[in-house]
Design a protein around this ligand. Sequence first.
Ligand code: 5BU
Length: 476
Amino acid sequence: MVAFLKELAIELYDIQAVKFGEFKTKVGLTTPVYFDLRVVISHPKLMLKLAKALWTLVDNPAKVSRICGVPYTALPLATLISVEEKIPMLMKRKEAKSYGTKKLIEGIFLPGENCVIIEDVITSGSSILETVDVLKKENLSVTEAYVLIDREQGGKKNLENHEIKVKSLFVITQLMKYLLEAGKITPEIVKDVDNYLIANRAPSISVQGVPDDRLKLSYSKRAKLTTNPLASKLLELMESKQTNLCLAADLTKMDAILELANIAGPHIAVLKTHVDIIEDFNENFIFRLKELARQHRFLLMEDRKFGDIGNTVSLQYRHGFYKIAEWADLITVHPISGASVVDALKKSLDNITEPRGIFLVAEMSCKGTLTTGDYLKNAVLMAEEASDLVVGFVCQSNLSAQPGLLQLTPGVKLVKSVDGLGQQYNDPQSIINAGADLAVVGRGITDTGNGYLKATLEYKKELWNAYEERINTSNT
Ligand code: 5BU
């Protein structure tokens, strides 16, 4: 087997399925090793060899009744195994069909059937978990995954925590040993990759609906688990003011916003603005708003949703009419441009001594939003891996188990509803149960006929009760 694996490793290297150098990951970070198993389809002989080798890892082939490859790279491998072993295959769609049955799985199966997963490379395990989640929702039994290469960054552990046993043909360190022995790579490369792997462990992952530590922990405990001083301050103030309410002050006159801030201030954690909708904006507004924030102990968030290249966003953040970096504790940023945008924003904070934080917009609340699938997954990964300037992300569901990251959810009203312009509202309890730490409420408070104070207190109470219930229920 060793000789066979060694030969296989060399073949993979020779067709450039395994590359060493400097590469960008999906979220824009640098990695010294890159696997591109997609090229295997151009080498049918090797592809068959890999499929057969993968199948030798299966403990009890007679017990396997379905095979499912994780899209896309593993699909041809799963197909070959299916044909060779005469075991029917299932395919997970990347997105549910938008018409007809809306199903997420193609292929015929019965509830309770045993389905194994085939995957090319495992890093954090998130792709496998996504597939497992979909299969399990259809009542299939899924307990095993077979993988070509394990990058040894924590994915195996993540899957084991979710009761999925993983077997891989290669682990990256062994693969490098074979290539070193064959003279394909140098000891320096091996050392580089080893160092990279140690420094870049994949974060632990929660599958939607599965309780994780984050949901069990109180805000004050989580304040000690953040890397960003502002996130820590925010969690502390949420606990001490007993509020997880972020007020969206979407009013168009300075005085109206200041009046709202003065009334709601003692009961909110964050006041969120869109300064570019204010018709009579001037610097005095910022001065007075900051004073109210200090007096009532809330943070200021400018929901600017920066979404351009690094150089442009750093100019927009620091310069122009609003000089956002000078006063907004927090800002929102679209991850569309990749991780470099966070570095650029960080660089533009020269001479700003107060702590600053970013919420990455991973998922939006509006109907038909494009923040789905890989985009969403990579946005969360970016928040998990990015610099300590990121305090959390905007989302609609529980997307990360990291207790140090705050999950901010807009689209909240006492009753589930829509606004006729695409906005979709969920009620306070369901968004907190779904994993939100901070809830954004705008018109639920500003459009009320009962006065700001009454509405603010009502949302504050609903949201805080839901949080207390969450940590208490999760602890039992
Ligand atoms: P509303 O009045 O509660 O609908 O206001 C919601 C606020 O949150 C508003 O300022 C939006 O710009 C903001 N928002 C949102 O509604 N949905 C999103 O996905 C994001 C921000 Br990101």
